[in-house]
Design a binder for this molecule. Structure first.
Ligand code: GLC
Ligand code: CA
Length: 571
């Protein structure tokens, strides 16, 4: 191992000395540490089993104590909850499960008092079929709202196939008897796609965004927005559409016109963060979204790294190369988001670390060290600061998520292997990442006094805030130390990133450097001991953070214990 390490290090050493700062100007949203809250699952204040805004207000001290600087809330608007709020029926109202506008206003004031910003989820590729617009739209062909959605008159025959991500049949066109026409839904049939070619619809969206911006929210996450523009002649698409839908759906003509308009009307008028879900098909697409002089968005999430984890593991060299490529590409232009988990993924430690009793704590701390020491705005998903794990349901009845349930139906309709599908869900289902927050070891983890909307992970008996709060060596306290370190170390935000041992199969080693400040990050992604030796080690100075209490370091070699994570300052 030593020899290999030295070999890779040799060609890299020169570059470390060339401590350039990346060509980035400073912005609060680049310095932000975002914490994502799935509101249904964070804290229930009234015993109905569903997390709510009052519950978040009650935990503002906790949020402040995490050292995060912004929260992103998954949708909290009125919704029939076909897709837990990603099907909005009133964009200017709060879902009754979560509270009301008054509670929202007070949440916003209290967050701001605590120095925490608030980012809203804007879901406008589609609405709910129970939104007034859609009710009007489907009522008659000459209704003024008809063109708010995509309709295909049945007398023209069946429309060309479009793939639906959530529909059990896989078909995104749904026939509606009322007007003898099909409507389009890229997601579930209760999520009809909005027609962005219609200027009236676009104006409605900008007005909705202004409504929230005027209230003082600090940012917008644009849900599935890369799919908003469509070729509305709806031509036949190639046969690989179902397996390659990003290629045909993402960043279609018109998208940049819409984003520029949104920027002119809304984003440029307020000091807000803007982030798109999805970064298109390639780097070029991503640059067109986020390069500053284009005046569209601040950043996007790319899924390349998030898609790497597989039930049998993943290749660290590949993971490193993905992060390195994205960093390089946006080093001096544009900005990226850093994350490995969210409400559409299973749990961080279960996918990228090791959730066995022996290594759960260490590997979660290591992953949080990683995410909070990369260049780009980091997003932490609630519970990952505790090392919450996958729940691994055994039966389909335990699931709530429409994509799991309809996916199961689809396998059933096609005569597929249901047992195998359940295994797939155990590793990857979104519900793994949606189980309620584990506050204590008490009944229902003190998430609720009622019956939780989704089963609580039984491991809350030992994975919970209360216990970790008391333990100075806990995952939670490590997370707090990492946010402090990031906030006090400019090089961890703006410093140039350089991967030192790109081919090393177990260790992820990089520097983050600015002319006046440099750090060296060493992460062992494996359960084996790893010996490293490379020239930059000689410049290692102070230990800024270490997820173990051991350190086996000599001037030019170091031994990392399983999942050890260390950051040194460099001389
Ligand atoms: C995005 C959301 C996801 C939702 C989908 C449809 O991918 O993150 O949760 O189901 O869009 O709105
Ligand atoms: Ca509640």
């Amino acid at each position: 191992m030593l020899a290999i390490a030295a070999m890779f290090a040799a060609c890299k050493e020169e570059k470390i000395d060339d401590q350039m700062t990346s060509g980035q100007n400073k912005k609060w949203w680049k310095e932000a540490i975002v914490y994502q809250i799935y509101p249904r699952s964070f804290k229930d204040s009234n015993g109905d089993g569903i997390g709510d805004l009052r519950g978040i207000i009650d935990q503002i001290d906790y949020l402040k104590g995490l050292g995060i600087t912004a929260i992103w809330l998954n949708p909290i608007y009125s919704s029939p909850n076909a897709d837990n709020g990603y099907d909005v029926s009133d964009y200017r109202n709060i879902h009754q499960d979560f509270g009301d506008l008054q509670t929202f206003d007070s949440l916003l004031v209290k967050l701001h008092e605590a120095g925490i910003k608030l980012i809203m989820d804007i879901v406008v590729n589609h609405s709910s079929d129970e939104h007034e617009w859609f009710k009007q739209s489907r009522s008659s062909r000459d209704n003024p709202y008809r063109d708010y959605y995509h309709w295909w008159p049945a007398e023209k025959g069946k429309p060309a196939h479009r793939y639906s991500l959530f529909d059990a049949s896989g078909e995104a066109w749904k026939y509606d008897t009322l007007t003898n026409a099909y409507y389009l839904h890229y997601f579930a049939d209760k999520q009809p796609d909005l027609n962005w070619e219609n200027p009236k619809l676009r104006q409605e969206v900008y007005d909705i965004m202004k409504f929230w911006a005027e209230k003082g929210v600090d940012g917008f996450r644009l849900d599935a927005f890369q799919f908003a523009a469509k070729d509305t002649t709806f031509p036949e698409l190639p046969g690989d559409l179902d397996t390659n839908f990003i290629k045909y759906y993402a960043m279609q003509e018109g998208i940049h016109t819409y984003l520029k308009e949104m920027y002119d009307q809304v984003l440029s008028k307020y000091d807000v963060l803007s982030v798109a879900e999805g970064a298109g098909r390639n780097f070029e697409d991503a640059h067109l979204l986020v390069d500053e002089e284009r005046n569209e968005l601040n950043m996007a999430y790319a899924f390349d790294a998030v898609d790497i984890a597989k039930p049998h593991g993943y290749d660290l060299v590949h993971l490193k190369s993905v992060f390195s490529k994205w960093d390089k590409e946006f080093e001096s232009k544009g900005w990226i988001s850093i994350f490995l988990s969210n409400h559409d993924q299973a749990r961080l430690v279960s996918r990228y670390g090791n959730d066995s009793e022996e290594y759960r704590a260490l590997s979660t701390k290591m992953l949080n060290t990683f995410l909070l020491s990369m260049r780009g705005t980091p997003y932490t998903y609630y519970g990952d600061e505790l090392g919450m794990t996958n729940i691994r349901f055994n039966t389909i009845e335990e699931y709530n998520d429409i994509s799991a349930i309809n996916g199961y139906k689809k396998v059933m309709n096609n005569g597929g292997d249901l047992q195998k599908y359940l295994e797939v869900l155990k590793f990857g289902s979104r519900d793994n990442g949606r189980t309620p927050m584990q506050w204590t070891s008490n009944q229902n983890a003190d998430f609720t006094t009622g019956t939780p909307w989704l089963k609580i992970n039984p491991n809350h008996s030992y994975i919970n805030v209360a216990e970790q709060d008391k333990d100075s060596t806990s995952i939670l306290n490590h997370f707090r130390a990492m946010t402090q370190l990031r906030k006090s170390t400019e090089a961890l935000v703006y410093g140039k990133y350089e991967c030192l041992l790109p081919e090393h199969p177990k260790a992820f080693v990089y520097t983050r450097s600015m002319p006046e400040q440099s750090t060296l990050v060493m992460l062992n992604f494996s359960k084996e001991q790893v010996n490293l030796s490379f020239p930059a080690l000689k410049r290692a100075d102070k230990v800024l953070i270490n997820n173990t209490n051991g350190l086996s370091y000599k001037r030019d070699s170091i031994t990392l214990t399983p999942y050890q994570a260390i950051i040194f300052s460099l001389k």
